[in-house]
Design a protein around this ligand. Sequence first.
Ligand SMILES: [Zn+2]
Length: 403
Amino acid sequence: MVDKTIIKKIKAQVESKCEEMLSFFREIVAIPSTDSDIGAVAKRVEAELKKLNYDAVWWDKMGCIIGRIGSEDAEVHLLYDSHLDTVGIGDIDEWDWHPFEGKEENGFLYARGACDEKASTPSMMYGLAIARDLGLIPDNMAVYYFGNIEEVNEGGAANAFVVTEGIHPDYVVVGEPTNLNISRGQKGRVEYQITAKGKSSHAASNHLGDNALYKILPIIEQIKQRQDDLPNDDFLGQARITVTHLEVHAGSRNVVPSAVTIYVDRRLIAGEDAYEELKQLQALIGERDDITIKIPEFDEPSYTGFVFPLEMVYPTWLMPEDHPFVQMGLETSKQVAIESQISKWDFSTNGIYWAGKAHIPTIGFGPGEEQYAHTVLDQVKLDDVVKATEWYTLFPAVLKEKS
Ligand SMILES: [Zn+2]
């Protein structure tokens, strides 16, 4: 149990920094960071981290910005993960206000990235600085703010950070919107690419060709049928399989196609594995030379030109409800008078790397509601940004007490 006077001090400190923090929040929302280009917004974040006297502030190769408080040789490393990129704005005519200038009304800030997820950045950055000022960061602990890139290839920036910086956190909090609940998992996903090869000919002499489109049709039908065999999970929901895209390789529309590629989106629940599913789909196709299946790679360069190729596998992760780290999240909420429930995300997050691949205890906690992410109603309640700051301030102390 944390001393009540500590809670009072946290609330007073957060209150005193509130205006400064929220004006920083409005500034970073106004700096566009679509298409993975976080350069400009991360530069603004860098200046604020320095102003808040972080012990170390640096950029990694991918172009993510990191702030650390505490010694790099600490025994325990706690990382707060906040992605600074946003999805695009789509059709600007669909917005009733400017997506980057935003609109403030009834205590809500409406703008692209308000909830997904620029809101967690000021809360985390100020929270950790206030925790240091109040002596709430244990001597053996280093805490990190990690402002990263997530939208196009979730988990990629996190994975690259661990590899290039050689820092392997012991605990991670992901700041994607949870509406101040404690998220303990999400479905995984994987993409498959299936290519059928035939032989081209003029459509006028189709008997001389071998139509790749006809070859892929039964495969598409079998994938559609496979949905009925997929398992369901009480907490994460139904596993899903969908053919989402088809490319026809033919010179023109009067040619028998020589190759066709389809893409399959598979949503995985707990206990399912992307490579097991690959075997299942391979069995469904059969062993044949003219139809091949693979998991494609993500190898697009970041805005700094850094390439970190990864298979497009995003594992499911699910922390047990009674896991001490999940319970510490709930405990922290209770201490700062936030009524958090246990929750999950429907969308995908960097948790697929931290918990799914690196098996690091991970929870999600952030202001904003997932339902507004990626929409023209992207919004966050400013009071919740402030409340989240109290949570991020106290959490290292709860982690110390319980671990
Ligand atoms: Zn997000």
